[in-house]
Structures are given as structure tokens and as C-alpha cells.
Write a protein that binds this ligand. Structure first.
Ligand code: NAG
Ligand code: NAG
Ligand code: NAG
Ligand code: NAG
Length: 348
């Protein structure tokens, strides 16, 4: 769904911009109007980058979600949390109704989404609180409070605008009500779900070399690590390779709650001749020392063999093809001889 994509990309951006040592609690909420298979209102609750809870308007209670937790059990964050979620439900419904009215949207499915939550520093002091709304997959308005300043944003020409009264009301609401509540909930969850977000999983690091036209591609690959913060550097004979000449570097989900990242360097034939020693160095929270994997370029041996073997392989393939074609031709000739009356059919 296009709309889900918006909120996921917002979320990824938010999580990625938070530094290590910080912790965050995010609610990803969707309100849907129109007939769908989904509940009218649903919320995914994320502690850092791990989903810990789920709420929807049909259940009307918070459920536990987690790799190690028993799924389906309730997540008890107190009555206040349920109250805040119900409030979010009615507020998002009102907003979407307003948007639909203003843009004459009647028939069909419409979606209102919200990313809201808070972050705290390593010393557990609040760092920020925010919300960001989108209607039908488009950014609508947002608020961010970073403990010293409020930032309000809204789309040009949007029906819901920030005026002075509304800003004052939201400043009061967010700094005095939502921020303390969110940070308190974050601390509670952090204590309770330590095993999920404080866990450290060591990366598996490999150096992969692949022959490409004009040289080789040297790739440093780290997989299956947690948390997502990692430093990966490539050295050439103990000299740091400039990040500009490396490709990749984006940390991606591994699909199993862990992460992966790769960085590649193109090494030309001329450089391969010089037989440098390439070393991939990894530092990660789970490692006491840096993890190093090295590879020495071997142009004269394996690479030359590859270079020679490629045309040889091609020649063999070409020969096989010729033999096959020749045999086919022979066979079709045979058939043609047998069915001389219908040569066209024989050709098929
Ligand atoms: C919305 O629809 C009404 C009647 O169906 C029409 O009069 C009005 O101009 C429309 N407004 C917009 C913004 O399209
Ligand atoms: C908060 O945001 C304001 C304006 O964007 C900035 O000047 C200030 O340094 C920020 N404060 C913190 C603690 O990040
Ligand atoms: C490459 O360099 C690393 C240190 O930079 C060293 O530990 C490793 O033994 C070297 N490898 C080869 C094959 O020379
Ligand atoms: C990565 O490098 C930066 C800058 O040198 C450092 O501050 C950070 O702690 C390192 N992160 C890890 C996981 O080693």
C-alpha cells in the first residue's frame, strides 16, 4: 500500500537519524476510511527498531509483539496508554473527515497516518517528542519539540494550519502531557524489554572478490548484527580507502531482526598487478576489538587464469552450440527428406 510506504520511510529516516546510545518509542498509526480488510484504526508500537506492541480499534487493547515474547498476550502499559491511543483514534478520524470534506473525497478508501513518539538520551533524559501526519500518502503537518524549541510544519494550502492559539495549545499539550507520558513509557518498556533492544549480536564479516570487466570488485560484507550502528572501513596496505570511491554503505535490515551492510571497491587491472593487501575492518558494539579480514590481490595467478578461462569457456560454449546446430540441421534434413511433401512443417 502506497500509504504504508510513507510512514515506513518516515520511520526509517527517524530511526536512522537517532544516534547510538539513544532510545526511542514510536507509534505508527493508521486510520482507514472505506471498506477494507483492515481495522479502522491500528497502531504499531516500536521500541527503537523492534516492534513491541500492537493496538487496533477492534481489539481495543494493547497486544504484545516480540520475537521472544509470547504473541497474543496483552501488553500492559497502564490505562493511560489505552486512553492516549483512543484519543489518537478519534483525532485522526476527525482529521481525515476534514480532509475528505475539503477535497471532496467521498467514495473509496482513504488513509490518515501518524508517526509519533519520543527519544531519550543515553542518560535517560528526554531528547525530543514529535508527531508527523500524512493524508492519503502525502505529508500534511508536523510538530517537533527538541527540549528548547518547537518546530511546526505544514503543507502549503493545507486545510489544517497552525495558528497562534493552536500552537500554544499544542505546546502545552506536548511538553506537559505527552512528553512526560511518552518518556515514562519508554523507560518502562526499556527496562522490560532489555533482552530485545540491548542485545548485541556479532557481525559475520567477509571479503568477497568478484571478477568484473577491467578488474575486480572487492566487497566487504557484514551480516547478522545488532544493533544497527556499525563502522566498516576498507584499507589498502594499511591506508584508509577514501569513502568517496566506495559504493554501498547503507545499513539494511537482514530480514531476521538483524542488519547487514556492504561496501565495495572497484580495483582496476593495473592496481591488481600491484598486489595490494586489502583489509576490511569492522567495529561494532558487540566486538571488544576490531574485526579484520584481509585479501591480497593475486593478478598473476587466479586472475590471469580467470582472464584466460573466460574466452576458453566462450569457445567451448560456441563449439557446443555449433555441434548442436549441426545435429539439429542434420536431423531436420532427415525429416525433410522423409516428408518432402510438406517441407514447411518439417522446418518447424
Ligand atoms: C465539491 O463538490 C461540490 C458538489 O458536488 C461542488 O459544488 C464543489 O465545487 C466541489 N469542490 C471542490 C473543491 O472540488
Ligand atoms: C533545537 O532546535 C533549534 C532550532 O531548530 C536549535 O537551534 C537548537 O539548537 C536545538 N536544540 C537542541 C538541544 O538540539
Ligand atoms: C594484510 O594486512 C593485515 C594488516 O593490515 C595483516 O594482518 C595481514 O596479515 C595482511 N595479509 C596479507 C595476506 O598480507
Ligand atoms: C564508529 O566511529 C565513530 C567515529 O570514529 C565512533 O564515534 C563510534 O563510536 C564508532 N561506532 C562503533 C559502533 O564502533
Amino acid at each position: 500500500m502506497f500509504a504504508v510506504q510513507l510512514i515506513v520511510s518516515l520511520f526509517v529516516h527517524q530511526v536512522m537519524s537517532s544516534g547510538s546510545g539513544r532510545h526511542s518509542l514510536w507509534a505508527l498509526a493508521s486510520y482507514i476510511s472505506g471498506t477494507t480488510l483492515f481495522p479502522e484504526f491500528s497502531v504499531v508500537l516500536m521500541l527503537d527498531d523492534v516492534q513491541v506492541g500492537y493496538f487496533d480499534s477492534e481489539l481495543d487493547r494493547l497486544m504484545r509483539v516480540g520475537r521472544t515474547g509470547e504473541e497474543g498476550a496483552g501488553l500492559d502499559l497502564g490505562q493511560e496508554a489505552v486512553f492516549v491511543l483512543r484519543e489518537m483514534f478519534s483525532n485522526m478520524r476527525k482529521r481525515l473527515t476534514l480532509v475528505k470534506h475539503c477535497f471532496n473525497l467521498t467514495a473509496g478508501v482513504h488513509v490518515q497516518q501518524r508517526l509519533t513518539g519520543c527519544e531519550m538520551l543515553e542518560d535517560r533524559q528526554p531528547a525530543l517528542i514529535m508527531f508527523r501526519d500524512g493524508s492519503n500518502g502525502q505529508d500534511a503537518d508536523s510538530l517537533l519539540y527538541n527540549m528548547t524549541h518547537f518546530t511546526f510544519a505544514g503543507r502549503e494550502g493545507w486545510e489544517i494550519q497552525w495558528d497562534v492559539m493552536k500552537k500554544m495549545y499544542f505546546q502545552m499539550l506536548y511538553s506537559n502531557v505527552y512528553l512526560p507520558f511518552c518518556v515514562r513509557t519508554l523507560r518502562t518498556l526499556l527496562d522490560r524489554e532489555k533482552h530485545l533492544v540491548m542485545r548485541q549480536v556479532r557481525p559475520r564479516v567477509r571479503l568477497i572478490t568478484k571478477q568484473v570487466v577491467g578488474g575486480a570488485q572487492v566487497t566487504c560484507l557484514a551480516t547478522d548484527f545488532y544493533p544497527r550502528h556499525i563502522n566498516l572501513t576498507l584499507m589498502r596496505d594499511s591506508q584508509l580507502v577514501d569513502e568517496d570511491v566506495l559504493s554501498g554503505g547503507t545499513v539494511l535490515p537482514n530480514g531476521n531482526g538483524l542488519y547487514q551492510v556492504r561496501k565495495s571497491l572497484m580495483v582496476g587491472d593495473d592496481e591488481l598487478w600491484r598486489k595490494h593487501n586489502y583489509t576490511c575492518t569492522t567495529s561494532h558494539l558487540s566486538l571488544d576489538n576490531r574485526l579484520e579480514v584481509s585479501w591480497r590481490a593475486e593478478f598473476s595467478r587466479s586472475y590471469r587464469v580467470h582472464v584466460i578461462s573466460a574466452p576458453v569457456g566462450l569457445m567451448v560454449a560456441a563449439l557446443l552450440l555449433l555441434v548442436l546446430l549441426w545435429r539439429r540441421r542434420r536431423r531436420s534434413e532427415g525429416i525433410t527428406m522423409e516428408t518432402q511433401e510438406q517441407p514447411e512443417e518439417a522446418e518447424l
